[in-house]
Design a protein around this ligand. Structure first.
Ligand code: B16
Ligand code: MG
Length: 213
């Protein structure tokens, strides 16, 4: 059997909070006069930290913002985003994701989340997955964001497994790079499926069931 452990990215893999991120950043952009924030800009923010995501957005502004202003803007975006997260419930976990997670658990795999998001715990609770994973490492527990491997190395350590016995599942190229830098093989969804460093391209999360069996 391949891989004793599987480490899942959250946003874009377990759930579609990537759409909420985009809408919240767009709303913030418009409030400071940026009218050309696009989905392509949103894609660049996948997997990277909140402050780095803000940096990507501010490239579109002619204004210079102080550090305090940047912190306030990031908080403003997070408040909009948290309101959106508040509308989520267990029904927002797709059937494909739910059945895949439960089948993997039943087969004895150790399962972890490795996410850059500081809202990870809240999101997992909203989805009814608050107690599901064997380990959860999130943006509050790391000092270096993806593409640094810290988040995945911590998750593997908490699972008690070496990186070469864990598969990382990601939707972001920054996340695939982080996995490879840590010595993990990676499976990719969406844009990350076509990325050169991705060993296992996925069309749906359930493809994992054949890869790891
Ligand atoms: P927060 P992931 C990442 O989650 C998102 O993909 C990225 O867009 C976001 O900026 C980052 O979390 C931080 O999120 O503002 O909630 O702390 O893909 O690593 O699960
Ligand atoms: Mg992601």
């Amino acid at each position: 059997m391949k891989f004793q452990g599987i480490i899942f990215d959250l946003d874009g893999v377990i759930c579609s909070t990537d759409e909420f991120h985009f809408l919240a950043w767009k709303q913030l952009a418009e409030s400071i006069g940026i009218t050309n924030f696009t989905r392509a800009d949103g894609d660049l923010q996948r997997g990277v930290s909140r402050m780095e995501s803000l940096g990507i957005l501010l490239r579109k502004s002619e204004r210079k913002f102080s550090e305090e202003e940047k912190i306030a803007l990031a908080e403003q975006k997070n408040n909009i985003y948290r309101q959106m997260l508040g509308t989520m419930s267990e029904t927002d976990l797709s059937e494909n994701v739910r059945t895949t997670l439960f089948a993997l658990k039943k087969s004895g795999k150790k399962l972890a989340v490795g996410s850059s998001s500081k809202n990870t715990k809240y999101i997992l609770e909203r989805l009814g997955l608050g107690d599901f994973f064997d380990a959860v490492v999130d943006g509050n527990m790391i000092s270096r964001g993806k593409p640094d491997p810290e988040v995945f190395l911590k998750a593997a350590e908490l699972l008690g497994l070496p990186p070469d016995d864990c598969l990382v599942v990601e939707d972001a190229t920054a996340g695939i790079r982080a996995a490879r830098a840590g010595g993990f093989e990676a499976a990719g969804l969406g844009d990350a499926a076509a990325f050169g460093m991705t060993a296992y391209p996925l069309t749906a999360l359930s493809d994992l069931l054949t890869i790891v069996s």
